[in-house]
Each structure stands twice: as structure tokens, then as C-alpha cells.
Design a protein around this ligand. Structure first.
Ligand code: AMP
Ligand code: ZN
Length: 487
């Protein structure tokens, strides 16, 4: 039985922020499932809170690929490479904006790759899609949803009745406050109107029918989602839109208003999936609070899988309190799983993909499908680990035990693959980040112990073990000789 078949028994449910209920996920077209995620503004390093949003979307992408097939899911995550902060940094450094954006886009992609995030199907850059934004804005002006004012173009929120549906902000509530600069109040019809186009800044701008200028942030995502994910023939509604809860308002609310009016659709995305915050202490991790831990720095000390597992330890809709202990715990858990993987692989050469799923696998699949319940899923993996450890302690050659080993392997290989964990060869995992020089030194110590044991020279064997310990590695004697791993 394949998981595709099994998916029908346990359909994927997702909490839809738009309807505020858990819903069964039904794509508009199962042969082309579409998801969009708001990507980074590329002018600095990503912090671990940003990585949480990317990892949650990656798990969803992997689950969808697993259900609908790898070629039937399209994931678009944009790069915001035009923004006031980028322009400011370029001027300060006396370089073209592309020098900054290309550098940080590459760092972002490398960071996420290290966390085992798959590359999205589309990674549109805002600067490449300016013509799409201009077309959308022109359409909104023509339809009467947007208006020009003093070199700017604003979206008129009073023309969109459903404004506020996602975030629960009613127009009446918004009327009182103004979220843009004082100067803009004079230019706007309603306090809640938001900018679609603004004049060029320090010479950075594009020609448009409504004046030379640059796009507002919200229109970028509406235009890029449309350009990369919809063909306009079957409609312009995407299946899933992801992002952190902080983006619900105003960003996602405004995306909905623009897209629904421009596309003349009732919906922009059918399902809205929002991840909760990653906190430092009791506060949201954010650049403005200055309490950030960069992914780039964490990767100097921790394997990307350790960081990924730490991020998956809380349900995506719960807050996650970040700490060093979380990383230590995740590292220990992965060491245990890799140890089991290594031992199991000695017994089963090939993973038998077609073998029936054990009850373990069914439960795991059920938890994954239930609104991506990672804490329960990870607990079930630990339970499988326990069963396997028992099987390995007992006589492995009995059919029943061998079966346990196989089930474990099938479960881990197939299911943990969906989570993007346990992707490495155990040998490499246990070598950690040691250099090739260190590795040959450690190989030599392991060989010395192996030869000493063969010669029953116990003092020499003990000496090799002690030497290894002092260097931070552990020697392990097995039927194929002595191997080493990082302590
Ligand atoms: P930004 O670069 O601030 O637009 O953020 C990029 C993505 O990371 C968005 O989806 C944000 O909602 C998300 N994000 C930012 N800070 C956090 C945080 N502390 N915890 C979880 N997600 C976050
Ligand atoms: Zn966006």
C-alpha cells in the first residue's frame, strides 16, 4: 500500500487562518497544487525566527509532494530585492543595490539548504516582476480600486467590502489610526489606504504610466504569486499561502485586497497557513528588538539537521521558545536515531519501499496529516526507536526481529524523509565537522585499537581508546572492526 492510497484514509487537514477552522485540504487541481510563501528582504542575514517560517513551509511542501507527487506541487517563495532599507544600505556602502541583494540572497539560500529545505519551484525576484506589478496597478486604477495622488498610487480600501476578513480588522477600527507617515495622510482618501506605487528614491525607480517610481511591498507578492503560480485560465486563486503570524496584517490583508480586486476573484488563496513566533526569552525574535540569533552563526556550531529538528519541536501554531538546551536535546535525539540507522543498515541492505506499512507508520502519517502535528510525529519516531533498540538487543536473526528492523527502516526512510531529517549517511553524521586531516588521524587511532585487539594487546587497545577520548571522539568495536565517531 502506498502513502498516496493511505492519504485518502487520513486526508491532510490544515488550520485555515481565513476561516479560523481546521479544514480538509482539497486542491483546486491535484495535478498542480500551488503554494506561496513570503520570502526575505535581502539586505542582511536571516535569523532563526525567519528560518522557522521557511522550515514550516518546507515541511508542508514535502508533505504535499509526497501526497500529490513531486512534479505536481509548485512552491513559490519570493526574494524582495527592492526596498527602502536595501536602497539605504547601497548608498551607505556606495554600491549598486544588486551587490547587496545578490550577496544576501545567496546567503539565505545556503542557510536554508543547510537546514535541508528543498529549493522552491519558483524564486521570483521583485525587480524582475516590476512590469507585472505595473500591469496589476494599472488594472486596479482602471477598475476604480486605486487612485493616483501626488506621485503615489494608493489602494482605496473602501472599494473592497471584505477588507479585514483575514485579520479581523474592520475598516471602522482602522479608520481611527494611520499607519503610514503623516505626510501620506493628506494624500490618502482613507486612513487605511495603502501604497501601491511611490516615487523613486535616490534615483532608484522604474518608468510607469503613473510616474517614475518603485512598488510598495504588498503589491510585490500579489504580482509574483500570480506570475509564477496561476495561469489565468483556470483562475487566479492559489491553493495555499504561508507566512508568519506577524504578516497577517497589514501585509496579507493587503495582498488579498489587491489580488481579489485585480483578478476579480473571491479568494486570493484558499488556505492561509500562519506559523507562530519563535521567541527569545518572552519576546518575539526580531531585528527591531535586537534579540536575534543568526542561522549563519548557529551553523558554525551545529549541524543543520539539529537546528531543523529544534525548530520542529513545537507545533507550528504554538510559540517556540528558543534555547541552547533545545539544540542540545535535538543533537542527542539525532545521535540516537543515526546510531539506530547505522546498526539497522547492517541488517537490511535495501529499504523495501513496497512493504506494507506497520502500525507505527500509519500513526506517524496520521499525525503528519493532522495539521502537521510535529510533536506527536516526533514522539512516534522515538517509540519506533525504542522498539528497534529492543530488537537489536535480542537475537536479530529471528524473523520477527528482522521485521522490526525493516519496519523501522521503512518508517524512518520514508517518513522522516518527509520531515527532512536523517538525510545523511550515519558515517558522515558521526564524523561531525572534523577536517580531512583530523579524520585520517582518527582513522589511524581506530586502526591501532583494532590491531591491538586482534593481537590481544589490551594495554595498547586501552591506550588507543584513551587517546581517542582526549581528542573528543569515541571508538566503537564491531564485527567489522573499530570505528570512531564524534563524542
Ligand atoms: P521578514 O524578513 O521579517 O519579512 O520575515 C520573513 C518571514 O519570517 C516571515 O514569514 C515572518 O513572518 C517570519 N518571521 C519573522 N520573525 C519571526 C519570528 N520571531 N518567529 C517566527 N517567524 C518569524
Ligand atoms: Zn508577501
Amino acid at each position: 500500500m502506498t502513502d498516496q492510497v493511505h492519504a485518502q484514509d487520513n486526508p491532510l487537514t490544515l488550520y485555515n487562518s481565513l476561516t479560523r477552522t481546521k479544514e480538509q485540504f482539497i486542491p483546486q487541481d491535484p495535478s498542480r497544487v500551488t503554494m506561496y510563501n513570503c520570502g526575505p528582504t535581502v539586505y542582511s542575514y536571516a535569523h532563526i525566527g525567519n528560518a522557522r517560517a521557511a522550515v514550516v513551509a518546507d515541511v508542508l511542501f514535502r508533505v504535499l509532494r509526497h501526497i500529490y507527487g513531486e512534479d505536481h506541487v509548485e512552491y513559490s517563495r519570493n526574494l524582495t530585492d527592492i526596498d527602502d532599507k536595501i536602497i539605504k544600505a547601497a548608498i551607505e556602502q556606495g554600491v549598486d543595490i544588486s551587490v547587496i541583494t545578490e550577496k544576501y540572497a545567496k546567503i539565505y539560500q545556503d542557510d536554508l539548504k543547510a537546514l535541508n529545505c528543498l529549493a522552491p519551484t519558483h524564486e521570483p525576484k521583485a525587480t524582475v516582476h516590476i512590469p507585472d506589478m505595473i500591469t496589476m496597478i494599472s488594472g486596479l486604477i482602471d477598475k476604480g480600486n486605486a487612485y493616483e495622488s501626488d506621485g503615489h498610487v494608493f489602494f482605496d480600501v473602501s472599494t473592497y467590502e471584505a477588507y479585514g476578513k483575514l485579520s479581523g480588522n474592520t475598516l471602522d477600527a482602522l479608520r481611527g489610526g494611520d499607519r503610514v507617515g503623516e505626510g501620506e495622510v493628506a494624500r490618502k482618501r482613507n486612513a487605511a489606504d495603502f501604497v501601491l506605487w511611490k516615487p523613486e528614491l535616490h534615483g532608484v525607480g522604474w518608468d510607469a504610466p503613473f510616474g517614475r517610481g518603485r512598488p510598495g511591498w504588498h503589491i510585490e507578492c500579489s504580482a509574483m504569486a500570480k506570475a509564477t503560480l496561476t495561469d489565468g485560465i483556470k483562475g487566479d486563486v492559489i491553493d495555499i499561502h504561508c507566512g508568519g503570524v506577524d504578516l497577517k496584517f497589514p501585509h496579507h490583508e493587503n495582498e488579498i485586497a489587491q489580488s481579489c480586486c485585480a483578478n476579480e476573484e473571491e479568494l486570493f488563496a484558499k488556505y492561509w497557513v500562519h506559523n507562530e513566533f519563535l521567541n527569545m526569552g518572552s519576546e518575539k525574535m526580531s531585528k527591531s528588538l535586537g534579540n536575534v540569533t543568526l542561522v549563519h552563526d548557529l551553523l558554525k556550531e551545529w549541524d543543520g539537521e539539529v537546528i531543523r529538528l529544534a525548530l520542529l519541536k513545537a507545533h507550528y501554531r504554538s510559540e517556540l521558545n528558543w534555547s541552547e538546551d533545545l539544540l542540545i536535546e535535538s543533537k542527542a535525539q539525532l545521535d540516537g536515531w543515526y546510531d539506530l540507522k547505522r546498526k539497522s543498515m547492517a541488517y537490511v541492505r535495501e529499504i523495501e519501499i513496497d512493504m506494507p506499512m506497520g502500525s507505527f507508520a500509519k500513526n506517524i502519517w496520521k499525525s503528519i496529516q493532522a495539521d502537521l502535528n510535529m510533536p506527536t510525529t516526533l514522539y512516534q519516531f522515538s517509540e519506533i526507536g525504542k522498539a528497534l533498540r529492543n530488537a537489536l538487543l535480542a537475537d536479530i536473526d529471528t524473523t520477527e526481529n528482522l521485521n522490526n528492523v525493516r519496519i523501522y527502516l521503512t518508517n524512518t526512510m520514508l517518513k522522516i524523509n518527509i520531515l527532512g531529517l536523517l538525510q545523511k549517511d550515519p558515517k558522515d553524521w558521526f564524523k561531525g565537522n572534523s577536517s580531512s586531516d583530523e579524520q585520517s588521524d582518527f582513522d589511524a587511532i581506530a586502526l591501532r585499537r583494532q590491531e591491538a585487539r586482534a593481537a590481544k594487546d589490551w594495554p595498547a587497545a586501552d591506550a588507543a581508546r584513551d587517546e581517542a577520548k582526549a581528542l573528543g571522539i569515541v571508538l566503537e568495536d564491531g564485527p567489522d572492526g573499530t570505528t570512531w565517531r564524534k563524542a
